[in-house]
Ligand binder design. Structure first.
Ligand code: DGJ
Length: 733
């Protein structure tokens, strides 16, 4: 529990101590009402004498409130008894259940040998700080620790930890974090997708009922709900109130929103627990991943701004300049050959690449994707001297060296699968379907865990790896161990493995990749340094994928590479200018056989890398906004630094414009009283555009007040699909 902070008096009548500072007792009942405040957000929580805490408000900060104000707030929210309903008013608690009177999806579901649990909770203890609240509630045979932490960015992390305090086992099938949202919410946004098309938004009116999205892929998934948001009707990139939830978890999940006729809407999320998956022995506990709740009154960009600020405040957030990456995958695939890779490294270093990552294909038996996974030793047929020649070469060129792994997977054609069939995550008496020719290793098996830790750790040490690209290329189905569903334990074990490797090898960076972007969540990001957003390097597809990945993650965490001229995943051609402009807004890299480039292509790549290296300080710390362009065929993305002295704006066109005159390009977030020099980023090519003569300022630059840039904007050229204009705005001294 938190350090108790003295504050409100504990009512004499109350059987349990409630220790808190930022709260007051409601005079008429003496029941404490606590306020968490941070980053312009307030969460007001009422602790009743009987039952679980109830959130009275989650949203805009309400300022300093007195005890009388809080009591008034509670009275104002007191609900009448509806017609044809329970005879008494009932509370919408932090873990709503039938005993409360809640008839939507319960927050908690458990049984003991088929006998359903309907706990009668009472708060036993609570401790609060201005930014956090911890509550222990008890019921017969159960104890529940609820933890709410509101950070300076206004992001609330909510956990439940349930303990079985009875003498017999408890089968837990649901424990979810939920919060009520404003009943003015009228629209829903969440996400779906598939391989090479991750995080596609879906928008719909809020309908009545308990609506549940389950993910049962054993990983976060290409089609993950990602962020579930309820907003006021018409909420947009920059306007409207929005309440959102994300589950910091890489296993199966439930995202839910409930709009029942008799209650305020709820949103929430929790781990998806299959029958028999979590059985708590006497004394055992289960802790949920964090439900990450964000409110904004400036649309989805407001959500993103809070989330980015919150992530950037983490102690382990990557703060060193994000190095330019060369990843070998689309350059050579499985054709590992020292001469070829050494010349790739030479070319990479010559244009300013800073990190060379050897992708799939280096380990025993891995000549294609049908064999080898699990055998984490270097293939001596291909690499007779181990990886030292390439690692030394890369280092001698001044670059970092990174290596690809897919630790959780095993090919049937591998020494590991032959030696340890009992380590596979599948029913013992029957095989499961393969996916990319592979099975899953049960990382929760202690021997499998130790094997991976030792094998990977040895390679990290031997080659002094700076970076691991940690891949995961299949969904988990029938992920059963000893007859029990095992996704949850497996996912926790993967987290432990990542944590151990990072602890054992300080400075090692890890990328979360899963068939592209199928494992992007704040659980894996607690132990990794960036994500691979997608396997598509087609810039048109990437613009859409990155645009919404940016809702959760700041640019420095999103791997974004310049691919070959014709994208391998879509067969669509794109200019190098456009590919550079797309990769610039992320943790940039290259994934292309650049030994085949012409001198002018190399020159252009060098210039693009120079632009990235010059601007990454701004791109990776600034505030990100997505402007409404008034044009379905174009997107405008801007990053402004903290003191608003400079900004970078990218206008990118993916489809033709509906009008011959492009809409004005407006740049929000600048100092309205500052004057800004506006000019194309000098290292990048200005696109030709479709106008017979381009807007004159493009050649000369322009100086404009921030207020004019925000409200009037500048006339951009009419870009052709597949063109991007990247501008730099610098405040005049
Ligand atoms: C899937 C990843 O997303 C790719 O980038 C690449 O690493 C391949 N796996 C290698 O098998």
């Amino acid at each position: 529990m938190n350090e108790p902070v003295s504050g409100i008096a504990t009512p004499q009548s109350r059987p349990v101590p409630v220790r808190s500072s930022p709260s007051t007792g409601a005079p008429e009942t003496g029941e404490p009402i606590l306020v968490l405040r941070g980053g312009g957000v307030a969460v007001v929580v009422h602790l009743p004498d009987d039952g679980l805490p109830e959130v009275l408000h989650w949203g805009r900060d309400l300022g300093e409130l007195t005890g009388a104000d809080l009591a008034g707030l509670r009275s104002a929210r007191a609900r009448p008894v509806s017609p044809s309903a329970l005879d008494d008013p009932w509370p919408l608690t932090l873990l709503p259940g039938e005993h409360d009177g809640w008839e939507g999806r319960p927050g908690f579901a458990a049984h003991r040998a088929g006998r359903i649990e309907h706990p009668r909770w009472t708060v036993a203890e609570a401790a609060a700080k201005p930014e956090s609240l911890q509550v222990r509630a008890v019921a017969e045979g159960l104890a529940l620790d609820i933890e709410l932490v509101l950070d300076d960015a206004g992001v609330l992390r909510l956990h439940h930890e349930l303990q079985n305090t009875a003498a017999g086992p408890l089968a837990l099938t649901g424990l979810e974090t939920v919060l009520p949202v404003g009943d003015r919410a009228g629209e829903v946004l969440d996400f779906t997708g598939r391989w090479t098309r991750e995080r596609a938004p879906q928008r719909r009116p809020l309908a009545q009922g308990s609506h549940v999205r389950e993910t049962r892929r054993g990983r976060t998934g290409h089609d993950a709900p990602f962020v579930l948001a309820l907003g006021t009707p018409g909420f947009s990139t920059s306007t409207g109130e929005v309440w959102a939830v994300h589950l910091a978890w890489s296993g199966d999940a439930v995202y839910r929103h409930d709009a029942l006729p008799e209650a305020k809407p709820l949103i929430g999320a929790g781990p998806l627990l299959r029958a028999g998956e979590i059985e708590l022995a006497p004394g055992e506990s289960f802790r949920t991943p964090a439900g990450v709740f964000v409110w904004s009154d400036t649309g989805t960009d407001g959500l993103g701004a809070r989330l980015h600020r919150s992530l950037r405040s983490r102690a382990a957030h990557p703060r060193t300049p994000r190095p330019v990456v060369l990843n070998t995958w689309e350059a050579v695939y499985f054709q590992h050959d020292l001469g070829r890779l050494a010349s790739l490294a030479d070319t990479a270093a010559s244009i300013g690449v800073e990190r060379f990552v050897l992708d799939d294909g280096w380990f025993k038996g891995r000549r294609d994707d049908s064999a080898g996974l699990g055998d984490w030793t270097v293939d001596t047929g291909v690499w007779p001297e181990g990886l030292h020649p390439i690692a030394d070469k890369v280092r001698s060129l001044g670059m970092q060296f990174g290596l690809w792994f897919e630790p959780e997977m095993v090919n049937p054609d591998s020494d590991l699968a032959r030696a340890h069939p009992e380590w596979l995550l599948q029913p013992l008496d029957a095989g499961i379907r393969t996916w990319r020719g592979q099975y899953v290793l049960n990382v929760a098996h202690p021997d499998a865990f130790d094997y991976l830790l030792d094998a990977i750790g040895a390679l990290v040490a031997e080659y002094r790896l700076d970076y691991i690209k940690w891949d995961q290329n299949r969904d988990l189905i029938e992920a059963v161990h000893d007859g029990r569903a095992n996704v949850h334990r497996h996912t926790e074990a993967v987290y432990r493995l990542l944590d151990r490797l990072r602890a054992d090898h300080p400075g090692l960076e890890i990328e979360s990749c899963a068939s592209g972007g199928a494992r992007i969540d704040l659980g894996v990001l607690e132990r990794t340094d960036r994500v691979w957003a997608s396997d598509t390097n087609d810039p048109i597809e990437r613009l859409a994928i990155q645009r919404w990945t940016e809702l959760l993650l700041p640019l420095e965490l999103i791997g974004s590479h310049i691919g070959p001229p014709v994208a391998h995943t879509t067969h669509r051609a794109a200019s190098l200018d456009f590919r550079i402009a797309t990769a610039l807004f992320g943790h940039a890299g290259i994934e292309w056989d650049i030994t085949s480039c012409t001198p002018s292509e190399l020159e252009q790549l060098r210039a693009g890398i120079n632009a990235y290296r010059r601007l990454r300080g701004l791109l990776h710390t600034g505030t990100l906004t997505h402007s409404e362009t008034g044009d379905d065929g174009a997107t405008a993305t801007a990053v402004t630094n903290e003191d608003r002295s400079c900004a970078v704006v990218r206008l990118a066109r993916h489809a033709t414009a509906s009008r011959a005159l492009a809409p004005m390009l407006r740049v929000p977030g600048l100092d309205p009283n500052g004057r800004y020099r506006v000019a194309p980023v000098e290292e990048l090519t200005v696109p030709r555009g479709l106008d017979d003569s381009p807007p004159p300022w493009l050649a000369t630059g322009l100086v404009l007040p921030g207020s004019v840039l925000a409200e009037v904007g500048v006339q951009p050229p009419l870009l052709a699909p597949g063109e991007a204009l990247v501008l730099e705005l610098t405040r005049d001294a």
